[in-house]
Design a protein around this ligand. Structure first.
Ligand SMILES: CC(C)(COP(=O)(O)OP(=O)(O)OC[C@H]1O[C@@H](n2cnc3c(N)ncnc32)[C@H](O)[C@@H]1OP(=O)(O)O)[C@@H](O)C(=O)NCCC(=O)NCCS
Length: 203
């Protein structure tokens, strides 16, 4: 099949963002459904707190076909306040869930540059879209002085594991202990070390 050119854009550089993109991005984090609820609920909790400078979007002539979200310097794609949690679950339940969400976000503090989420629309898969997004993510990492990109992938997500292995990610550890403590699936921590672009020697 002829591969259509894909344009990768940092979402904060867009003058307008379609609400459908916010809905799509907030549909991730399904593994935290026990804290954040179903897709609709996650959207209500997170949509107003998206940090668009941590989101890359892949466009083709059809519109947005993929996104990558990343985190560095303790800032990821979501910084919700407690208010939507309290609105959704009441004062006690909302504060508790907000606290748990913030703890789960802090858990990633030790990653210098963390690939938080990557998704391509089903109709556009196996055409190199995620590879182009990953390339742009690595450029973001290098641009902010990081030499490695890390992520967590569900052990059962064989397609994603194959994708990351294809791109030189290696397994660092399997975090099965976490799923013994909280109801989330076993995840594997992957890492890719980046090589900075070689400098052209000055004459
Ligand atoms: C995983 C995902 C992001 C891959 O996106 P994609 O645009 O289809 O990936 P690419 O076309 O860039 O794939 C590059 C290579 O990765 C490997 N790969 C990608 N998807 C694969 C699959 N389903 N099965 C096996 N290998 C796969 C292949 O080697 C592929 O090269 P090839 O097509 O020439 O054989 C996409 O399937 C997706 O959005 N899945 C749902 C969300 C998800 O699981 N995200 C990762 C969470 S950490």
């Amino acid at each position: 099949m002829q591969r259509e050119p894909v344009q990768i854009v940092l979402a904060s550089s867009l003058s307008e963002r379609e609400p459908a993109i916010a809905r799509w991005i907030t549909s991730g984090r399904g593994s935290l459904a026990f804290i954040l609820g179903d897709e609709e609920c996650r959207h209500r909790l997170l949509a107003d707190g998206i940090n668009w400078d941590r989101v890359l979007i892949a466009y083709c002539s059809e519109g947005a076909i993929g996104y990558a979200a990343f985190k560095h310097h303790r800032r990821g794609p979501f910084s919700p306040g407690p208010a939507p949690f309290v609105r959704e679950f009441g004062w006690l339940g909302g504060s508790l869930r907000y606290g748990l969400f913030m703890i789960s976000e802090c858990r990633e503090w030790y990653y210098g540059f963390y690939l938080y989420g990557l998704r391509v629309r089903k109709v556009a898969r196996r055409q190199g879209v995620a590879s182009a997004l990953l390339q742009a993510v690595c450029e973001q990492a290098l641009g902010c002085g990081q030499e490695k990109v890390e992520l967590e992938v569900q052990a059962k997500n064989l397609a994603a594991r194959t994708f990351y292995a294809h791109h030189g990610f290696v397994s660092i550890r399997t975090m099965s202990w976490l799923s013994r403590l909280v109801p989330i699936p076993t995840v594997i921590n992957l890492r890719r070390t980046l090589s900075p672009p070689s400098r052209v020697p000055s004459k």
